[in-house]
Design a protein around this ligand. Structure first.
Ligand code: AMP
Ligand code: GLY
Length: 424
């Protein structure tokens, strides 16, 4: 079976690594891939925004399965294009991808299907939004409706900041057209957890719960990032809460999308807040999480290509998805200056030493130059430790991290600490 993965991050490196273990997979391609994926897959220099050429490539090479990594290609309708051509693609249709692509759409959908989430209001008119914000209590959450690369959410503490953020978003200054419509919502207090789930349009099978670390600094300080690390399983989601998430969130979401005529096939990502009133949805994403995937896939015991084909064909059953015992911890190593102005072009040393400690090293922002890897992006590498429990996995991950150098590397020292605190 020939498999193509679209994307260039650590998430896609982890997907390729897991797909390479499927006995049925004979050939792997990456569009465009990165320095680290070249050992596993042929890198194809087609732009991710060039859906026509991606379709032509899949036809020409007779690709049996294409996996869409990032949300952008999905909200552009790549799954519909592949389906029209009779090609298999793991990922939702453009209509189903609105669950991530439009926050107002996602909120209205959740309201319709009684999925627990924060109270909210949607605005297209700046004056109405400003008047609404004046009547709210703080903190208050203001969100650009469209895709904003994970940066379209601002939590404000007072009236003045709210007014500034509303103006900047709605006048197109902060996020262009993505911010002309906004959602203002209630601030939810609690601990966050990510539940990714395989879906085939009607059956939904959750993966082990994971937890991201969005802030750049130890102790959740500093600016938000794409994610500085993750671990799985996350003990904050107890078996009782997992059951609640399955029954009150994942099942009505997948059932609702099927009823509305846009069944969800692919990976549904529920970003949840565990509040004192139970789990509530912060956001849905229409794809695998990054860096959650790098911590979740090493624990998957099943054949990923087979599970994905079941999702595409509508034949998924819970027994297809089996998990290993133990835990995984992913520490992101980022370039100096990340997230604002990451440095690039530095030579990376120690990757094979990190691998000798037992770690997996997934590459995100790298390029290969001759036999060497250079930094080429904010989040450079994901170092993943696995072990019989969270503490062993964490120890392995950090033993790997200290082997790697390029000068100016930065990483958090407390990945998985919240999980370990739960287990005390
Ligand atoms: P989103 O892009 O919707 O995932 O939001 C980014 C981050 O903002 C989330 O991971 C949360 O940490 C935070 N956030 C978003 N919505 C809320 C909310 N209603 N209450 C508290 N925090 C939120
Ligand atoms: N880890 C956050 C995301 O993938 O959106």
């Amino acid at each position: 079976m020939k498999v193509l993965v679209i994307g260039s991050g650590g998430r896609e490196h982890a997907l390729l690594w897991k797909l390479a273990q499927s006995p049925s997979v004979t050939e792997l391609y990456a569009i465009p891939g990165n320095g680290g994926t070249e050992n596993l897959a042929s890198s194809i220099p087609i732009g991710m925004d060039n859906i026509d050429d991606i379709v032509s490539f899949a036809q020409l090479m007779q690709v049996d399965l294409t996996v869409a990594g990032p949300e952008t290609v999905l909200t552009e309708g790549i799954a519909d294009r592949f389906r029209d051509e009779g090609l298999a693609l793991f990922g939702p249709s453009q209509a189903a991808a609105r669950i991530e692509g439009s926050k107002s759409f996602a909120k209205e959908f959740m309201k319709e299907y009684h999925i627990p989430t924060a109270e909210y209001a949607v605005f297209d008119d700046e004056q109405e939004a400003l008047a609404y914000a004046e009547e709210q209590t703080f903190p208050l959450v203001i969100k650009a409706d469209g895709l904003a690369g994970g940066k379209g959410v601002v939590i404000v503490q007072n009236q003045r900041d709210a007014a500034g953020v509303i103006r900047h978003m709605m006048e197109g200054i902060s996020f262009g057209n993505a911010g002309r419509r906004i959602v203002i919502e209630e601030f939810m207090q609690g601990e966050e957890v990510s539940v990714l789930a395989f879906c085939d349009g009607h059956t939904v099978v959750p993966m082990v719960p994971s937890q991201d670390h969005k802030r750049v600094g130890d102790g959740d300080t500093g600016p938000n990032t794409g994610g500085m690390g993750a671990y799985a399983p996350a003990p904050v989601l107890t078996p009782a809460l997992s059951k609640q998430v399955y029954e009150e969130i994942l099942t009505p979401a997948v059932e609702g999308m099927r009823q509305e005529g846009f069944p969800f096939r692919g990976c549904l990502y529920a970003g949840l807040m565990i509040t004192d009133k139970g789990p509530r949805v912060v956001e849905f994403n229409c794809r695998f999480g990054d860096p959650e995937t790098q911590a979740v896939l090493p624990l998957l015991d099943s054949d990923l290509a087979e599970v994905m084909m079941h999702c595409v064909n509508g034949t998924l059953s819970p027994s297809d998805v089996r998990w290993k015992q133990g835990s995984a911890v992913c520490v992101v190593m980022a370039a100096s200056g990340y997230p604002y102005a990451p440095a690039s072009g530095d030579k990376i040393s120690g990757i094979s030493d990190a691998e000798k400690t037992g770690c997996l090293v997934f590459q995100a922002g790298t390029v290969r130059l001759g036999g060497e890897f250079l930094t080429d992006g904010g989040r450079v590498l994901d170092v993943v430790g696995t072990g019989k429990d969270l503490s062993a996995a964490r120890d392995m991950a950090y033993q790997g991290v200290v082997q790697i150098r390029w000068g100016g590397e930065q990483y958090r020292h407390d990945i998985a600490q919240k999980g370990l605190d739960h287990l005390k």
